[in-house]
Design a protein around this ligand. Structure first.
Ligand code: GLU
Length: 485
């Protein structure tokens, strides 16, 4: 029995400083596949490109994955039997393996200078030839190689790709994909700085970490024949490959920063819930074939099947994400919404508000049916946190008549007689005041709303009264009478 029968998958990001939504989709599909099949989900940091090193990127990545609820079983900060899970800590392993390839003549030293490589490329481009290394150094004798190494000549190690070979990539999403080895460049495997390239490190680690399924973005498909050749060169069993469809802008171009946010961190700071982002991203390239679209992470695990992933690119539609946020906000536990709201309030201009949790919970209850984001509570109903600074002119024009101050005074008097009023009490008192004034309730309702909130719309009027409380409501009525002329 092959060791690959035990399902082990990995998410292998390069730490660039943020998590791309495409990266989240890759991480998520790996996670779902592992959880669905009782497998292991590994996080491996591919940081061998030192030029792209970003301070704090790994920590940030882990925080973001955690925020999304994607817990890994092995990886940095957690450990596991196949560590280190950070490639820059595995250099000795790569060096040892590259020696094996050199001995097998599957890889060779290349001492060509960057100038020669550039010249070669230019001359190939001139005659419209495919640009690739011409294997010059493959023909060095053992003595020549040893001499150059002794003299510390800068060098790289390249994969020796045989010519005229068909390389087959078996992909569970795309089927058999065939590549012509003549179109593949003798890939650099070990760089001049002693670091491996992505290709070498990726294959060695996938093998040593016993990865059974390589699930990653389609942009890696062109690299896969090189990986297949590496597995074959080492004589290793290959994992199963699954290349996920591209993410597209609505105009069908490749998803790019220019047309919107691509970093998970940006969506987080804009107030999207992790549940909705994860739910939305899960459906970019896969669907469970049922009408329902709103799922929790656990439900996604239950339904996920890698065989059902599409080949065609998936369009990233922000309106749909917003709609998902509306739905998930509806389902979210009161206490969690409270936590988010309090956090947002601390960062807002209402940071020294003195509202108790119970009051905030009432605000959440009143506002939740009408918002997509927790931050909308603050943006759409600032009047819960401070008295209105101004009054909507349109509403004044429509609802504020000459006698309105009198009606409101009557109402305020009515309210001042109430003792710890309920919503019902506020409503009854309003009816009573209207009767006293000899007008319909409407004459009081709209102007009262304006006085309390400064605007013409929002949650139920009696909810607002109840949340603000009797003293504050009466105060706002008199202020409005004073200020609206
Ligand atoms: N380090 C690659 C990346 O940044 C990993 C690709 C793979 O999964 O093989 O996406």
């Amino acid at each position: 029995m092959s060791y690959l029968n035990q399902i082990r998958v990995r998410f292998a990001p390069s730490p660039t400083g943020y998590l791309h939504v495409g990266g989240l989709r890759t991480a998520l599909y790996n996670y779902l596949f592992a959880r669905k099949n009782g497998g292991v989900f590994v996080l491996r940091i591919e940081d061998t490109d030192r030029a792209r090193y970003v301070e704090g990127a790994v920590e940030n990545l882990i925080v973001t994955l955690k925020w999304c609820g994607l817990d890994y079983d092995e990886g940095p900060q957690l450990g596991g039997n196949y560590g280190s899970y950070i490639q820059s800590e595995r250099l000795e392993i790569y060096k040892k393996h590259i020696q094996i390839l050199i001995e097998l003549k599957k890889a060779y030293y290349c001492f060509c200078t960057p100038e020669r490589i550039t010249e070669l490329r230019d001359s190939q481009q001139k005659v419209n030839q495919q640009t690739k290394y011409d294997k010059l150094c493959l023909h060095l004798t053992q003595n020549e190689i040893e001499e150059k190494l002794k003299n510390n000549l800068p060098h790289v190690v390249r994969l020796n790709i045989e010519i005229d070979k068909k390389v087959i990539v078996e992909d569970i999403i795309r089927g058999k994909v065939e590549f012509d080895s003549n179109l593949l460049d003798d890939q650099v495997l070990l760089k001049g700085d002693g670091y491996p390239t992505y290709h070498l490190a990726n294959v060695i680690d996938d093998h040593l970490m016993k990865i059974s399924h390589v699930i990653r973005g389609e942009e890696w498909l062109p690299s896969t024949p090189k990986h297949v050749l590496l597995y074959d060169a080492f004589g290793w069993e290959k994992p199963v490959f699954a290349h996920l469809p591209l993410l597209l802008n609505p105009d069908k171009s490749k998803l790019s920063k220019r047309q919107g946010d691509v970093a998970v961190e940006d969506y987080r700071s804009k107030g999207y819930l992790s549940e909705s982002l994860v739910n939305f991203v899960a459906l970019l390239g896969w669907n469970p074939g049922i009408e329902q679209e709103i799922f929790s992470l656990d439900e996604l695990v239950e339904l996920f099947s890698i065989d059902a992933v599409n080949k065609a690119g998936a369009v990233f539609n922000i309106e749909k994400l917003n709609a998902f946020n509306f739905e998930h906000l509806r389902k979210k536990d009161d206490r969690e919404v409270l936590r988010i709201l309090k956090d947002l309030l601390t960062k807002s201009k209402y940071s020294n508000h003195s509202l108790a949790d119970d009051t905030l919970l009432l605000i959440i209850e009143a506002m939740r049916p009408r918002i997509s984001f927790v931050k909308d509570i603050i943006e759409n109903s600032p009047y819960f946190f401070e008295p209105p600074e101004s009054y909507d002119q349109e509403v004044i024009k429509k609802r504020w008549e000459e006698d309105t101050p009198n009606y409101l005074r009557t109402l305020a008097e009515e309210y001042s007689r109430l003792n710890t009023p309920s919503k019902d009490d506020y409503e009854k008192a309003l009816h009573k005041a209207a009767e006293t004034c000899g007008v319909g309730n409407g004459k009081l309702i709209h102007s009262l709303r304006l006085a309390l909130s400064g605007v013409g719309g929002g949650p139920g009027l009696y909810d607002i009264l109840f949340i603000l409380g009797k003293e504050e409501s009466i105060k706002r009525i008199y202020t409005a009478i004073e200020r609206i002329k």
